[in-house]
Design a binder for this molecule. Sequence first.
Ligand code: SF4
Length: 431
Amino acid sequence: MFKTDGSLTEGRDFKEISLWSNVSTEEWNDWHWQLRNRITDVEELSEVIDLTSEEEENISNSLNELRMAITPYFAALMDPSDRSCPIRRRAVPTGMELEKKPEDILDPLHEDEDSPVPGITHRYPDRILFLITDQCGMYCRHCTRRRQAGETDQPMPREIIDKGIEYVRKSPEVRDVLLSGGDPLTVSNDRLEYVLDKLYEIPHVEMLRIGSNVPVVLPQRITPELLDLLGRYQPLYINTHFNHPKEITEASKEACEKLADGGFVLGNQSVLLKGVNDSPIVMKKLVQDLLRMRVRPYYIYQCDLSKGLSHFRTSVGKGIEIMENLRGYTSGLAVPTYIVDTPGGGGKVPVTPNYVVSRSDRRVVLRNYEGVLISYTEPGDEEEGYEETPGEEELREQFPNLVNEEGPSPLLRGDRLVVEPEDLERHQREG
Ligand code: SF4
């Protein structure tokens, strides 16, 4: 049973929003209705949230960069008057998207360069990315693939999909296929079944993955029919994309639970975004809430260098600070890997705080989350310990102050096992 701490977002009652006052609950809970009725223009948006005329103009101008399409469900979660609302920042374009920096790159991950056939990116040896649609339930303003997301707001044509499947069939080294987009779960069940069926019958494909934002922006999509369909293609892993604890609602929680009950292993990929989740406290709440609904935090991505995203980017130092505040302070299961997906097609590079403080011939000095320094002796013969240089012993006796007794030195020599801060909290706990 899902135990909440009472902090789930409720959103507004849609019937109290003029745009949807005549919509039935049945329609509201129908994913087709949600998709058909996404907010795509400023007039509709202004019926849901407060907009100044300047904001309206900026939104219209930004639509040339990336389409706007916000599901009514997600729009109803926005705070109508708070410009810093994380839901609003994810969904509503701003004039800042028009600002380009010299370091901005159209295709920062070089996905197009590593694309042997349209729709496929083959970068790593044993797995491929397969884009089966450019449609998303909602277009995230921080989208790294903004050069193509929403270009047609349609699934890829059948010929392109068939060419992608053919490529996988002819590539025996590919054992793992990640379907992404756009959002693969926005396509019809028939189309999804077609793709999954064809991939599943390829002998060397051992597993399938789906990257989908649907649990966040269109949880109504997780229907019994979809679960039945997906269940035929195990092992199937699903990664979703929650960025902020406010996105976790009763409906999104239910969607994730249904997927978990359906036997799918769920992970989450967040993007680190300035003014949204660039806080150790916000991130800690997010990862703990995700685990409570059986979604394992998988990655925190550094925001890519895509064009028009500089206002969302944080320093890498901020990501390290967040990781420093997760590791040790909460369950290891809640700690994702912080990733810089490097420009130029270099791929994903994990970045962590420094936990290896120093090393000698025989010992490694490690730092834990509390700042305790610990000596770890590596395997080897006992005599291979600290090897004295000829003449060292005499010098040590004659000038004892040459021997460092603080910091990592005694740990490297093996004279001490740990060095602890004086006020270590765990030693002050009473039984
Ligand atoms: S769901 Fe993914 S592909 Fe679609 S807009 Fe959001 S980040 Fe981009």
